[in-house]
Design a protein around this ligand. Structure first.
Ligand code: ADP
Length: 260
């Protein structure tokens, strides 16, 4: 039954939504959610109508990063989920549906139906972009999504380290096998410039993202430095591109958004 569901040949586009962009990574902790959130806010600040869907059902971070960790999703008259809205972006996260501290223990088909509902039973309205923050890796959610809607493209986030790059290549392979175009690769945590001395440190190495892009014939979308302001802004629910638009990471993220 599961196979029949995910392998359905129909790939309808979502009504009212021009582009669905998925943000993926091979490894966790590389900054995928931070990048997805900031790209969404950057595109909204540039004038686009943007939604942000938290596809990480088991480890949702979008609600917190958008500054609504305790917000509750309500239904409209048509019994569709009303996304929350902040920083000019509509967003939907499992964290706003399930009380904090409560674990979700779901099998594949339930995960699939949660993704379907986030996409189809939510009142997104008219959007230029729906950005989807995927869970790390190459699992059920990735398949479910790429096989049920017309994904415009995938953005892959990696750090410069080999361990991250190897897993990024797996994620890229998965998208390619599912005929999802790859818009490009982002190297996050690319370098660190000490704010007091100006000295630069390549803490996780540097340049691996660009090299991997060339090797796999992908567009390189840009590098984002390690930035205290990005981390603090994310924790505070005030995405850095909105709260510290002149910081090094915000400037880098705007360049990535323009490259999309
Ligand atoms: P993922 O979604 O890949 O698991 P997150 O976006 O949740 O990663 O980031 C993991 C942690 O690293 C968060 O605390 C985040 O604030 C921090 N982080 C991500 N990117 C950067 C960066 N460029 N500079 C500083 N901290 C970062």
């Amino acid at each position: 039954e599961w196979d029949a569901m995910v392998r359905a040949p129909e790939r309808p586009a979502l009504p009212g939504i021009k582009h669905v962009l998925v943000v993926g990574s091979g490894k966790g902790g590389v900054g995928k959610s931070s990048v997805a959130t900031n790209l969404a806010v950057a595109l909204a600040r540039a004038g686009a109508r943007v939604g942000l869907m938290d596809g990480d059902i088991y480890g949702p971070s979008v609600a917190h990063m958008m500054g609504e960790p305790g917000g509750r999703v309500r239904a409209n008259e048509e019994r569709k989920m009303l996304p929350l809205e902040r920083h000019g972006v509509k967003f939907l996260s499992m964290a706003n549906l399930v009380p904090p501290g409560q674990a979700l223990v779901w099998r594949g088909p339930m995960l699939h139906s949660a993704i379907q509902q986030f996409l189809k039973d939510a009142a997104w309205g008219e959007l230029d972009y729906l950005i989807v923050d995927l869970p790390p890796g190459t699992g059920d959610v990735q398949l479910s999504l790429s096989q049920t809607v017309n994904v415009t493209g995938a953005v892959i986030v990696t750090t410069p380290q080999d361990v991250a790059l190897i897993d990024a290549a797996r994620a890229i392979d998965m998208f390619r096998k599912n005929n999802v175009p790859i818009l490009g690769l982002i190297e996050n945590m690319s370098y660190f410039v000490a704010p007091d001395t100006g000295a630069r440190y390549d803490i996780f190495g540097h340049g691996g993202g660009k090299a991997k892009s060339a090797e796999l014939n992908l567009f390189f979308l840009g590098e984002v430095p390690i930035d205290l302001e990005l981390r603090a802004a994310g924790d505070a629910g005030e995405p850095v591109v909105a709260s510290h638009p002149e910081s090094a990471s915000a400037r880098a993220l705007r360049i990535v958004a323009e490259n999309l």
